[in-house]
Design a protein around this ligand. Structure first.
Ligand code: PEP
Ligand code: MG
Length: 883
């Protein structure tokens, strides 16, 4: 078996397609190398070694050592240097590299191969003893921390006191001898902590670092991260061993990170930061302020520090060239790391860059215009659920705001919540349903769970590429980073903003688009839906085959849904129209009436209101299909509870309050969701459905008269289990239609159909389709009744089911395609057999869930229907499902 893959010098054993075997980093180093980009040579130990290691009681495959030795020998030959050579030592970096980038893993050891002897060689060869000893102490520090697990605080203390003693403020003031002394103290500390000296043998160092990478695959942080992101442990990580290049050998050296386009906005501008005379970790550590790559970037950041474009124009030109090559080759925005050694550029990493939803959208649309990708590809580039971020409100510019401070606009969106200072507190309070803002000096991988739980993240330190910024963008959380005027006191749980003091629990608003931090909650406004968004949506619409409708009953929702591109109403829940203060009394009166006469009196009050509702909906929908579901009230939602409510209804109905109270007791059910609801109510009291049908048909007639628009309403009967139920109720509707047509002197066309939300209905679909002209899958109830799992109560224990792997997720959020889905497939097949042109749709919550929409496409539904805000998500998901 081949376990080790070499790269460098314009060649490579691997390529970008071998991500599973080589990890993301290794696969892309190989790819860049083959592309002829300047990559320091090295080799990748494959993920299969990691798997083998854990499958075999922490043993490496027998051939590994020989293969790694051969690869290292190749490296030595390519560079004309030797690992461990006292005169001119080859130094390497060791880095982890999983398939998906994974914080929590051992990250990097640099300068490996240095020891008491080779450091002298490096000093002579480079002519810079200060650099050599600085490199050595960095190596001991990193290796000590991540491989030997010596608390890094020890090293920081030693360095701080060394500087104090000399009266230095900055690391740059340290001389070669100063570093040499620090090295001695570091080594002594390691020996004191571990009871054995710091390893001097480069081979021992190398295998120690490789072992630490594999070991970190199973550390707690990595395990938690994998669980949060559904990454199987069986994937394993690769290890990359690569010749060192130095960004810290002088002022013609540098190190930096960049995105080929702006990852926040998607603008086609090179975007990144670098530090002169520094090594990789200095950029992320935030000790020195990084400089912009471009003049434009410098101006945007209002920085006094010159850009790379100005101070290293030659290198900058190389970098621009690489940027173009990478984008052409990968046809996507890249996130790169590089080092400049004596004015020569070296690429250390490239990967598809994480981006905000706004950036994903802009980049996808721009790349179509630039002819890098086609429309179909663009439609696949945007995660439908990420559109949520774009559809979410931003701060009302006219709203008053009490600005406490300003940081970097690290991840867009506005968020308000109560201040918490720890990730644990964020998780705990969010678990209780509170909106929280996580406020930290800076964040680290240990804070991921809290960042996830928070509505937004605020840090007082760190730049656009800091941990907080990168992770928040990936998660779609608004983030303001590096708000330096704010001061946090963790111990006192306070944040100082000039004069103001913010306590834990105070409400804060952050605006990730402007970087502003505000006291209290600031009102928001709705987003713009034009430009790139409209363009991508249009492409999606051109691809998808399923229609997208909305679940709406109020004019406001219906209008919003139209703006979002809904092609009709798939579910108008008429009982939702009955909750306003004026109507609820009449509705209660109707529900509580003990005689048909009593009910008809109440229904007569409701009819004109209901008719007007439908007129408005039809007008807004302008001839698009509108599915109206007749009353489906779990009765308990409508019963009056308080004495006051009972008195009001009694008065309206002209009956005795005490009699009414008794009627309420009589009507109370112990299992209302399986009780007197849905079509069962229509069967008991046909006059209710008769009134609703009349309101619908009169509204159709009215709209034709007023606007000349023809509406074909789709009347839907809920909770049907048998064909008989449907037949009886259809007869009521047909009779009413006939009456209204005669009264209005108009022809009215309409459809009568049913919801499929009971397993029996799905199984008997062939029979039901003899009467039903359409089916709409009510997957909320269908999930509830298939699992026998209460949609209202299951939240409390579903988590345990997910933790134990019984269910993959909440079946009320994402369709259980195996069970509930099979019932749908059966109903589709049997329904179509009876009635080839039967209309099929879904109107449960799943109609707005991308994975469920994929399944709806597979079983061949004609449309999905979802809440207004999810309409764009559904349009995009339906397009992706059709590709
Ligand atoms: C359903 O059951 O899926 C449905 C859409 O109806 P409701 O949620 O109103 O019960
Ligand atoms: Mg239902």
């Amino acid at each position: 078996t081949k376990w080790v893959y070499s790269f460098g010098d314009g060649k490579a054993d691997g390529n970008a397609g071998m991500r599973n075997l080589l990890g993301g980093k290794g696969a892309n180093l190989a790819e860049m190398s083959s592309l002829g980009l300047p990559v320091p040579p090295g080799f990748t130990i494959s993920t299969e070694v990691c798997t083998h290691y854990y499958d075999n009681g922490n043993q490496y495959p027998a051939e590994l050592k020989a293969q790694a030795d051969a690869a290292l020998a190749g490296l030595e030959k390519a560079l004309g240097m030797k690992f461990g050579d006292p005169a001119d030592p080859l130094l390497v970096s060791v880095r982890s590299g999983a398939r998906a980038s994974m914080p929590g893993m051992m990250d990097t050891v640099l300068n490996l191969g240095l020891n008491d002897i080779t450091v002298e060689g490096l000093a002579k060869k480079s002519g810079d003893p200060r650099f050599a000893y600085d490199s050595y102490r960095r190596f001991i520090q990193m290796y000590g921390d991540v491989v030997l697990e010596v608390d890094h605080g020890h090293f920081e203390e030693i360095l701080e006191s060394a500087k104090d003693e000399k009266g230095y403020r900055l690391d740059t003031q340290m001389t070669a001898d100063d570093w040499k002394a620090v090295v001695e103290q570091y080594k002594a500390k390691v020996e004191e902590e571990l009871g054995k000296p710091f390893p001097q043998d480069p081979q021992e160092q190398l295998w120690g670092a490789i072992g630490a990478v594999f070991g970190s695959w199973m550390n707690q942080r990595a395990i938690v991260y994998r669980r949060l992101h559904d990454i199987p442990a069986s994937w394993g990580t690769a290890v990359n061993v690569q010749a060192m290049v130095f960004g810290n050998m002088g002022d013609d050296c540098a190190t930096g990170v960049a995105f080929t386009r702006n990852p926040s906005t998607g603008e086609n501008l090179f975007y990144g930061e670098f530090l002169v005379n520094a090594q990789g970790e200095d950029v992320v550590a935030g000790i020195r302020t990084p400089q912009s790559l471009t003049v434009q970037g410098r101006e945007a950041a209002e920085s006094d520090l010159p850009s790379m474009e100005e101070v290293m124009p030659g290198v900058f030109a190389q970098l621009m060239d690489v940027r173009e090559k990478l984008e052409k080759h990968y046809r996507d925005m890249q996130d790169i790391e590089f080092t400049v050694q004596q004015n020569k550029l070296w690429m250390l990493q490239t990967r598809n860059g994480k981006r905000t939803a706004a950036a994903a959208l802009k980049i996808a649309v721009d790349m179509v215009h630039e002819k890098l990708i086609d429309r179909t590809e663009a439609v696949q580039r945007v995660e439908p659920s990420a559109l949520d971020q774009l559809l979410h409100p931003t701060l009302d510019p006219k709203a008053e705001r009490k600005v406490l401070g300003r940081g970097l606009p690290a991840s867009p969106g506005a968020a308000s919540g109560k201040v918490v200072f720890t990730a644990d507190a964020a998780e705990a309070q969010a678990g209780r349903g509170e909106a929280v803002i996580l406020v930290r000096i800076e964040t680290s991988p240990e804070d991921i769970h809290g960042m996830h739980a928070a509505r937004g993240i605020l840090t007082t330190r760190g730049g656009m590429t800091s941990h907080a910024a990168v992770v928040a963008r990936g998660m779609g959380r608004p983030c303001v980073s590096g708000a330096g005027e704010l001061r946090i006191d963790y111990a006192k749980k306070l944040m100082y903003a000039g004069e103001a003091i913010v306590k834990e629990g105070d409400t804060l608003t952050i605006d990730g688009a402007s970087g502003e931090v505000m006291l209290g909650e600031v009102p928001t406004i709705q987003p713009q839906l034009s430009g790139d968004f409209a363009e991508l949506m249009e492409w999606a619409d051109g691809i998808r085959t399923m229609k997208v409708r909305t679940n709406a009953e109020t004019p406001a929702d219906a209008r919003a849904a139209r703006k979002f591109g809904a092609e009709g109403i798939g579910l108008c829940r008429t009982e939702h129209m009955f909750f306003d203060a004026e109507r609820i009394v009449a509705v209660r009166e109707m529900i509580m009436a003990s005689t048909e006469k009593g009910r008809r009196l109440a229904l007569a009050k409701i009819l004109p209101m209901q008719r007007q509702d439908f007129v408005e909906l039809f007008q807004i929908m302008k001839g698009l299909p509108v599915t109206i579901r007749l009353l489906d009230p779990p009765l308990h939602e409508f019963l009056p509870h308080t004495d006051e409510e009972i008195a009001t209804v009694a008065k309206a109905a002209g009956v005795d309050a005490e009699a009414l109270r008794q009627r309420a007791v009589q009507l109370k059910e112990s299992n209302p969701m399986l009780g007197h609801r849905g079509c069962r109510l229509g069967i008991s009291y046909p006059e209710i459905y008769e009134m609703q049908a009349r309101a619908i048909f009169e509204a159709v007639a009215e709209v034709l008269k007023q606007d000349g628009d023809t509406v074909t309403p789709e009347i839907m009967i809920p909770l049907v289990a048998t064909r008989k139920e449907l037949d009886i109720l259809k007869a009521v509707i047909d009779r009413t239609a006939k009456a209204v047509m005669e009264e209005a002197g108009q022809q009215i066309t309409y459809l009568v159909g049913t919801m499929i939300e009971l397993p029996r209905a799905a199984l008997k679909a062939a029979e039901i389709a003899e009467s039903a002209e359409f089916f709409s899958f009510g997957t909320n109830d269908l999930t509830q009744t298939t699992f026998g799992l209460s949609r209202d109560d299951s939240g409390s224990f579903l988590k345990t089911y997910e933790d134990q792997g019984i269910l993959e997720g909440d079946p009320f959020q994402s369709l259980d395609t195996e069970g509930v889905g099979e019932l749908m497939a059966i109903a589709v097949e049997r329904g179509r057999k009876t009635r080839a042109d039967i209309k099929l749709g879904i109107c449960g919550e799943h109609g707005g869930d991308p994975a469920s929409i994929q399944y709806c496409q597979e079983v061949g539904l004609d449309y999905v229907s979802c809440s207004p805000f999810r309409v764009p998500i559904a349009r995009l998901a339906a397009a992706q499902a059709a590709i």
